[in-house]
Design a protein around this ligand. Structure first.
Ligand SMILES: Cc1cc2nc3c(=O)[nH]c(=O)nc-3n(C[C@H](O)[C@H](O)[C@H](O)COP(=O)(O)OP(=O)(O)OC[C@H]3O[C@@H](n4cnc5c(N)ncnc54)[C@H](O)[C@@H]3O)c2cc1C
Length: 209
């Protein structure tokens, strides 16, 4: 039930509370090598290449190929319905957390008769309001009888999954261009969190929240 405090929060804050996405940059590499390549290409000294790179970064159609040499690894925790949209970007690679391990290992370690521990499991593994206690109990029972299909088909789309998403700056630029105005609020949040952690956000498209 909505409390008086929640009702008085601004709409934007309420919306943020209703969805979940967390991005942590795990690694980033290749800027110096990419600029060395650019210096070969331009027959100019490496010192000037930072400015040249910034100028070329939005010149698609061949001129910003150096962005493919800069790689970033993002550790992202997000609901599976968001991952379904993210999977449409093909020029990248991902390593996922196992849903089956979470549900058959971690869930079965919870006492289903203890509402508090079931609630904690819900909070840690699902977006707010995306899975009822009854649904979680059904998933629990399916996991208990080792019914893997029964577990999978009952799993709500708001189940949170962590994946390591590795991509080039070029792919990331393409994602930001396509998703910075997207209606699903996760995309703006993904972009905001990612840009705040990049070593070279100046090579990315403009973004206003
Ligand atoms: C508003 C909107 C609605 C959408 N709706 C749908 C939908 O209903 N269904 C759906 O399936 N998708 C949908 N998409 C996703 C869309 O079709 C693209 O798959 C997605 O946006 C990824 O874009 P991309 O191809 O530029 O990125 P990437 O897959 O990262 O590709 C980057 C570049 O590499 C090229 N490329 C990638 N793979 C190959 C290859 N094998 N051979 C040659 N070139 C390649 C691409 O053409 C592109 O230029 C939608 C996208 C938007 C923005």
């Amino acid at each position: 039930m909505e409390t008086a405090v929640e009702k008085n929060r601004p709409a934007e804050v309420q919306q943020r509370a209703a969805f979940y996405i967390r991005v942590e940059k795990a690694n980033e590499s290749g800027y110096e090598a990419a600029l060395t390549g650019l210096a070969h290409n331009k027959k100019q000294s490496l010192q000037k290449m930072g400015i040249v790179a910034e100028r070329l970064s939005d010149k698609d159609g061949g001129h910003n190929k150096f962005l493919e040499s800069i790689i970033v690894w993002l550790d992202v925790r997000a609901p599976r319905y968001w991952w379904q949209e993210a999977d449409t970007f093909r020029l990248s690679t991902k390593q996922s957390e196992s849903t089956m391990h979470t549900l058959t290992g971690e869930l079965l370690a919870v006492n289903p008769e203890d509402p508090a521990s079931m609630q904690t499991f819900l909070q840690q593994n699902f977006e707010p309001d995306s899975c009822s206690l009854d649904t979680l109990k059904e998933i629990y029972r399916a996991a208990e009888r080792k019914d893997l299909v029964g577990v999978k088909k009952r799993l709500p789309e708001g189940f949170l999954q962590t994946r390591m998403w590795c991509m080039s700056y070029r792919t990331l630029r393409n994602i930001i261009l396509q998703r910075r105005m997207h209606r699903l609020p996760h995309w703006k949040e993904f972009i905001r969190q990612t840009l705040s952690q990049l070593d070279h956000p100046e090579l990315m498209p403009g973004f206003t929240e």
